[in-house]
Design a protein around this ligand. Structure first.
Ligand code: UDP
Length: 363
């Protein structure tokens, strides 16, 4: 079976490369990896970390390129690839523009699509454009790997039956990244203060919403000198400008470049809490038992809210501050958020996908 694994963004690389390593163990598969270049800079180190060189590489990003232009370029690139190279199956992940365009190009040519991280839904227009992408990909795919029972149910509502929850490959990546001996200059900078990680990147939060949320975080930091925040800023200048403006005079925060996944996972596993609008970090933090304050009004990872790990905070300045102090002031709340959950997997997802589903054909 000739398989193409498609990767475009940082989270896709972190979640798909452990699966690539697993698939390469089976002689039945010829595995090729395509990197679309959607997050060219942020993915380079991840490919190196996992020791994988993409077999096919596109370069689709240009400064100021719109979503439309990006999707056009991606569709053209995948279409040309499928014109010259034959694949029995493509494996796409999640909800990115890369995954959507690869799927569309494959779908039009009748190439079988397997969707990893299938069935996540908010049933709203947001997150934009991710909700549209994942619904469309699930519709085009003929093999689905939903991470949780909730996702299995979501797929069934759309007429996609007989799928099985396999967990999320992001938990598999911890086998490569987590290191008991990890050290970092960040620990020296923190000087025994509690470390809080911050990340923001959602398109729909850009502008006022993001500014308000960051002002809420600034209020927390100004009130708590026992906290040291680390904010690896997404490369998008619109995000960096807001962060630099809001935290210009805050001294218990470190604004830095995106961290290599090895550093981010090890810091996260030792963090007091994380404040984020990320999807994948909710899954990682739930497994590691790190409280998540989520700068969104909804989540497609409702399991993490039910399990107690994720607090849906939104982006209003006062709401961010209040949520933080409410949890931090109550040991019972804090304890329930520190609960370690395997709802997103136990580290065996890649094996389940490769062996049970693709080799043995089990549903
Ligand atoms: N991450 C990282 N370095 C950072 C921040 C995040 O390696 O400085 C990783 C994080 O561990 C997670 C992924 O990036 O696996 C999340 O990516 P992002 O929040 O950009 O996307 P989403 O998960 O929301 O699609």
């Amino acid at each position: 079976m000739r398989i193409l694994v498609v990767v475009g963004t940082r989270p896709e690389a972190i979640k798909m490369l452990p699966l690539v390593l697993e698939l390469k163990k089976y002689s039945q598969f010829e595995v090729l990896v395509c990197h679309s270049g959607q997050h060219e800079d942020m993915c380079r180190g991840i490919f190196e970390f996992f020791g994988i060189e993409p077999d096919v590489k596109f370069s689709v990003m240009r400064k100021g390129r719109s979503l439309w232009e990006l999707s056009q370029k991606l569709q053209e690139s995948f279409n040309s690839l499928f014109e010259t190279e034959k694949f029995d199956l493509i494996l796409v992940h999640g909800d990115t523009t890369t995954a959507f365009c690869a799927s569309l190009a494959a779908f039009y040519r009748g190439i079988k699509i397997a969707h990893v991280e299938a069935g996540l839904r908010t049933y709203k227009k947001e997150p934009f454009p991710e909700e549209f992408n994942r619904v469309a990909i699930d519709n085009m795919a003929s093999v689905h790997f939903p991470p949780t029972e909730e996702c299995v149910k979501n797929l069934a509502k759309e007429g996609i039956f007989h799928t099985q929850a396999v967990g999320n490959t992001v938990i598999d990546s911890f086998a490569y990244t987590l290191d008991e001996k990890y050290t970092s200059p960040i620990f020296e900078n923190a000087r025994n203060r509690k470390i809080i990680l911050i990340t923001t990147h959602r398109r729909e939060n850009l502008g006022e919403k993001m500014k308000n949320a960051l002002l809420g975080i600034r209020d927390i930091l100004e009130n708590r000198d026992d906290i040291y925040a680390v904010f690896p800023m997404h490369p998008n200048p619109a995000i960096r400008n807001i962060a630099r403006e809001v935290f210009a005079n805050t001294d218990n925060i470190e604004l830095c470049e995106p961290l290599p996944v090895y550093d981010f996972h090890n810091l996260l596993s030792r963090a007091f809490a994380v404040i984020t609008d990320s999807g994948g970090i909710q899954e990682e933090a739930a497994y590691l038992g790190v409280p998540v304050f989520l700068l969104r009004d909804e989540t497609e990872r409702g399991e993490a809210v039910s399990e107690g790990n994720v607090y849906l905070v939104g982006t209003k300045r006062e709401a961010v501050t209040q949520a933080f102090f409410q949890i931090m002031g109550d040991d019972t709340n804090l304890l329930s958020m520190r609960h370690k959950s395997t709802v997103f997997g136990d580290g065996t997802t890649s094996e389940k996908i490769a062996k049970k589903a693709l080799v043995n054909g089990e549903k």
